[in-house]
Design a binder for this molecule. Structure first.
Ligand SMILES: [Zn+2]
Length: 272
């Protein structure tokens, strides 16, 4: 079951779905010589995804990529959420009961003390085999290197860099960390324990992805890519930042400013 409040499927989506259906056929033809990574089918595919307003029709990371089987995805990247704000227009922390919640942005008219913004990651439930919500161990789900372990981080964030471009996967709200900065990880490496650190709500796992410029990128795309060992990542891939529609704010608006920019956005990857 998909969560409520998804971005509505507009009439134009049917055209987009058809467009996706023809991509595999096009991909079977011999590629033109010297095609840059910016012209690859994967990039065209992602541009079409962006044109839908954030509805991704491509394969998704399975819940048990990180957690034991039975844990569902409960919120998607691109879901629109309502938050309460104080008189100064700042987001209340913690949010009152019932906030944030997911809405249909086409229908929802925010009150004066509310604002809407886009959820940047995927949320997974954290239920044990008996269905009880509680902290659970989770795995990295990807190959990479730990670059942050959430110590002193109000969001309980564990960060794994997955390639030399600085693309990374982040796991939020964790209650325990089993790794330290610099540790290499594989998909089955136990990374930490789910929690509600900084979430002000139910224990769950939030998985998001960012590029070196601290822009949110599609976590499914990054996870599917980074589950392959670096040596097997033969296709040059890069990740387009998620697009925010007018009137919506990215969740990263609350975050500290990104680190100073690193050079050459179009540099080729130096994967091992
Ligand atoms: Zn989340």
């Amino acid at each position: 079951m998909r969560p409520r409040g998804h971005i509505p499927l507009g009439g134009r989506l049917s055209g987009v779905v058809l467009a996706f259906a023809v991509i595999p056929l096009a991909a079977q033809q011999p590629p033109p010589a010297k095609k840059s990574e910016f012209e690859s089918p994967a990039v065209e595919d992602f541009k079409k995804y962006l044109a839908t307003g954030g509805i991704d029709r491509r394969p998704r990371a399975a819940p048990d990529t990180f957690l034991p089987p039975g844990n569902r995805r409960t919120s998607e990247p691109g879901a629109v959420r309502v938050y309460k704000k104080d008189e100064d227009g700042k987001k209340l922390d913690p949010q009152p009961k019932g906030f944030p919640h997911t809405v249909d942005p086409a229908e929802y008219k925010p009150a004066e003390d509310e604002f809407v913004r886009v959820h940047e990651g995927i949320d997974y439930s954290s239920r044990d085999a008996k269905g009880v919500v509680r902290p659970l161990d989770f795995k990295a789900g990807v190959y990479g290197k730990v670059t942050g372990v959430g110590t002193g981080d109000a969001l309980g964030r564990i960060t794994v860099e997955v390639d030399e471009r600085g693309n990374r996967v982040e796991y939020l709200h964790t209650s325990k960390t089993f790794v330290k900065v610099g540790d290499p990880v594989k998909p089955d490496t136990p990374l930490g324990m789910t929690g509600d650190t900084g979430a002000g709500g139910q224990i769950h796992l939030h998985v998001q992805a960012r590029n070196k410029d601290n822009k949110a990128i599609n976590p499914d795309e990054v996870v599917v890519y980074a589950r392959k060992p670096p040596a097997d990542r033969k296709v040059a891939e890069f990740f387009v930042p998620l697009k925010w529609r007018e009137g919506l704010t990215p969740a990263s608006a609350d975050r500290p400013p990104p680190a100073p920019p690193t050079p050459t956005p179009d540099a080729p990857p130096k994967l091992p």
